[in-house]
Structure formats: C-alpha cells, structure tokens
Write a protein that binds this ligand. Structure first.
Ligand SMILES: [Zn+2]
Length: 136
C-alpha cells in the first residue's frame, strides 16, 4: 500500500506535535509516534518512562496498544519522531511485526525531516510472527 505525500507529511507532523507529551524525565529523550490504521484513523503515542526503568514503554508501542485496545489491528504506517531521527528499538519492531510485516515505518527528527522509510520486514528480518506458533 502506498502512502500519499500528504498523509506521510500529516503523520510526521502529528508525531512531531505529540512528542511534547512524552514523559521522559530520566532520559530526556522525547519520542512521538503517529500510527495510521488501514481504516484511516491515526493513533498517537509517546514514550512514558518510570522510576522503575523496566516499566518504561516506547511511543510506538503506546500507539499500537491504544489502537488495538480500540479494535484496530491493521496498520498502514507509523511515523516515529525523535530529536535526532533515532530508530525504533527491537521491542517496538517486534510489536509492529505482530500486526504485519508490511507496515511502513517513517523515521524523522524533531524538525520533521525524514531520515528513513522502511517496512517492518526490512527493520526486523526473520521476525518471529504469529505464523511461527503452532495452532491446535
Ligand atoms: Zn521501542
């Protein structure tokens, strides 16, 4: 599925915008995400850190959890914005892979400049997916 330039731009702008809500008092590394569902809705997410560091959740996973908890399981694209165009971590790649290897990941910096666009399959080659689990 190809994304129009307007939609691509809108996703990046949304991720830039919501980044201000990131709760990152420990790392100061603010992350914003905007997840576009196949149905055309956009779910926003930010990283939420915790004094118990392992409880921290990334912006990408926040957006996915919000979408799935509202009945959405099919995604077209996700824009991820950080100060310097950092890439999604392994956990987020795996979380995205659960719902489709074709989801487009748009990686941008705080100015909105796109650093990279890649499908989940490219970011997580050989992903473990639901197909790997034997069904009864
Ligand atoms: Zn992550």
């Amino acid at each position: 599925m190809t994304l129009s330039d307007e939609m691509l731009q809108q996703l990046v702008e949304t991720a830039v915008e919501v980044r201000r809500w990131a709760y990152a008092p420990y790392s100061n590394y603010l992350v914003g995400a905007a997840l576009l569902t196949t149905s055309g809705k956009i779910y926003e997410g930010v990283n939420v850190e915790n004094a118990v560091f392992s409880n921290t959740i990334c912006a990408e996973r926040t957006a996915v959890v919000k979408a799935v908890s509202e009945g959405e399981r099919s995604f077209q694209a996700i824009a991820v914005v950080t100060k310097n165009g950092g890439t999604p971590c392994g956990s987020c790649r795996q979380m995205l892979a659960e719902f489709g290897l074709d989801t487009l990941v748009i990686i941008a910096d705080e100015s909105g400049k796109i650093h990279r666009q890649a499908a989940v399959s490219e970011l997580l080659p050989g992903a473990f997916t639901p197909r790997d689990l034997p069904r009864a």
